[in-house]
Ligand binder design. Sequence first.
Ligand SMILES: [Zn+2]
Length: 245
Amino acid sequence: MTPNCYMCDEPGTTVEHVPPKCLFPEDKDLPSGIKLRNSLITVPACKTHNTRFCRDDEFLMYILVINLPANYTAFRQFRTKILRAVQRNPSLIKKLFANTHRVYVRSKPNGPLEPSLAYDIDEARFNAVLEKVARGIYYHHYNICWPGEIHVRPEFLVSIDQPNSIQTNILTQTITAASNMLFAGSPSYGANPSVFCYQVYDLPGKAPLMMRFRFYGEGCVTLIFNKRDLPTALIPPETASGPSN
Ligand SMILES: [Zn+2]
């Protein structure tokens, strides 16, 4: 019997990688003997909900790789896969770096300010792609669809020059501090943690279920699965165990 799609009630006739496979460097781009495509997480998906059929997976990869807290694996992915894509399609660089801003950043709390570049992203699309990844990881972890909303909070985005930038950035810092405490010491899942791993924090009853994704080492995203609005019958069973497969 074909299992259902991780997003809807249609049969899951295709295989979706969560997160997308393109985030994980190919063997040819890695030193000999190093493999970062071990045991990738997959879920069943209908054609409509398989991101392989649109450009969202590449969009996600570009943003996560060109991200300040990203690790050396991301740098390697930039030097290989992304530069090849730019060579094939030079207009990509314009698309990637539309509306750049000169900014100064501190890489350590009391370190010097160093010049860098910030660029605008399509935040609604970015969050929508991350939400789909979250639904896929939920399906993988619990073997059922998540029936409610998911709030997506990337911890590395900074709001610049918006009327509410200060409040937005304070909220992001607060969520990061809370997640650092909440997830400290809880197990991480994912066979290639230098690219992606996730943690789960589930409280009983209608308290929210929380997840944290970690892309390329330090690119963290907090996900809040709000059980409050769900009918009691739809509240998923709690689990203290790991993923079901
Ligand atoms: Zn579907």
